[in-house]
Design a protein around this ligand. Structure first.
Ligand code: PLP
Length: 389
């Protein structure tokens, strides 16, 4: 019997990938599957971005790049950050990493160990908790409540901080709820954090361009008072429909930068060179496709929310960001995960049970509306038949 570290008895998964695998297998058997499970844009990566990667390969960019990424890519991220947040960051604080997930992996590894506490949103992206458990740190869920518009509450968050807290994970616009935390609440949180200088903050802003109804994304970067302990997670996956390219970026404070750079040297060496050229083209090129995608998500959001609210036992708050709806299914009489399984098996609609995003996800399901309006309407029709039978 091989003896492995205890962390692997605790590490979790992202059930969206399991549902994707099952949906794909059912489709291969000839079943008509509508996949509202996985969170990835259904659009193609814009052509000029693909061309930039092809050109990079033709031009001979086949080798290693610096572990923290090409300077040109880091400069592009700094330019983009200035445009979207008005905040100047140095390319020396930017890391190019293989996907958004890698930043949370690095941040949690840097701070997590037995005896430490890490705060994370519940319901929230499942890998936060999984990685916290892996390190042996104690996961402390910050409740994200429907009655609060799925925003986090500064007061509730601050009340959970103890001398053992090492890291606070924030996510707005949020997965799985689509919640956007208003600027006033973030200001309150930052003010309160002044009393806890031992706490680092990782703000996952991967859905920053996807806000609706005039709601504005407020980056934690806007607060210079926490810059020396703030990690920003962002990336190309969602904004430019590049999930399979594995391209993310993060912004690190000086005191942590060398740690993550060394982690890169020890693990992934660098992100593949042609993808980095694609990343530069994505940031510097025309943004028409991004605008078009966000507009399409906004339209589908209305379709999915109206559709869900017409179903018996289901009520859906209007999400203000990302591309997820997180309807309340408590009145259907189903437990959320059983409902998700039954819907896939009996109607071919793939979606995710709320408990896959945390204990407070019970009573909810997550639908990704990164799918065509036609498919969303077909899915609602099938769900209606299933719930009324
Ligand atoms: N953060 C959040 C909130 C996400 O929803 C996701 C992906 O679903 C990620 C990070 C990871 O993104 P990537 O696919 O670039 O690793």
């Amino acid at each position: 019997m091989l003896r492995t570290i205890a962390g692997f008895d605790r590490i979790g998964e992202e059930n969206a990938f399991a549902v994707l695998a099952r949906a794909t297998a059912l489709a291969a058997e000839g079943k008509d599957i509508i996949n509202l499970g996985i969170g990835q844009p259904d659009f193609k990566t814009p052509g000029h971005i693909v061309e930039a990667a092809i050109k990079a390969l033709r031009d001979g960019h086949h080798g290693y790049t610096p572990a923290n990424g090409l300077l040109a890519a880091r400069e592009a991220v700094a330019r983009r950050t200035l445009t979207t947040t008005g905040v100047e960051v140095s390319p020396e604080n930017v890391m190019i990493v293989p996907g958004g997930k890698v930043t949370m992996f690095a941040a949690i590894l840097i701070f997590g160990e037995p005896g430490a506490e890490i705060l994370y949103p519940d319901p929230g992206f499942p890998i936060y908790r999984s990685m916290i458990e892996f390190t042996g740190a104690k996961p402390i869920p910050v409740p994200i409540r429907e009655e609060n518009g799925f925003a986090f509450s500064a007061e509730e968050t601050l009340a959970l901080i103890t001398p053992k807290t090492r890291l606070l994970i924030l996510n707005s616009p949020a997965n799985p709820t689509g919640g956007v935390t208003p600027k006033s609440e973030i200001e309150k949180l930052v003010k309160g954090l002044e009393a806890h200088p031992h706490v680092a903050i990782m703000s996952d802003e991967i859905y920053d361009v996807m806000t609706y109804d005039g709601e504005e994304h407020c980056s934690l970067l806007s607060f210079p008072e926490i810059r020396d302990r703030l990690i920003i997670l962002n990336g190309w996956s969602k904004t430019w429909a590049m999930t399979g390219w594995r391209m993310g970026w993060s912004i690190w404070p000086n005191q942590l930068y060398d740690k993550v750079r060394k982690l890169a040297v020890n693990c992934w060496s660098c992100v593949n060179a042609p993808s980095q050229f694609a990343g530069i083209a994505a940031i510097d090129g025309p943004q028409d496709d991004v605008i078009k995608m966000c507009k399409a998500f906004d339209n589908r959001r209305k379709v999915v929310v109206d559709g869900l609210n017409s179903l018996p036992g289901i009520s859906c708050a209007t999400p203000k960001g990302a591309f997820y709806a997180f309807p309340n299914v408590k009145e259907t009489g189903w437990a959320a995960k059983q409902l998700a399984t039954a819907l896939l098996d009996e109607t071919g609609v793939a979606l995710i049970g709320g408990p896959d995003f945390g204990i407070l996800g019970e009573g909810y399901i997550r639908l990704s509306y990164a799918n065509s309006e036609e498919n969303i309407l077909r899915a609602i029709e099938r769900m209606d038949k299933f719930l009324t039978k």
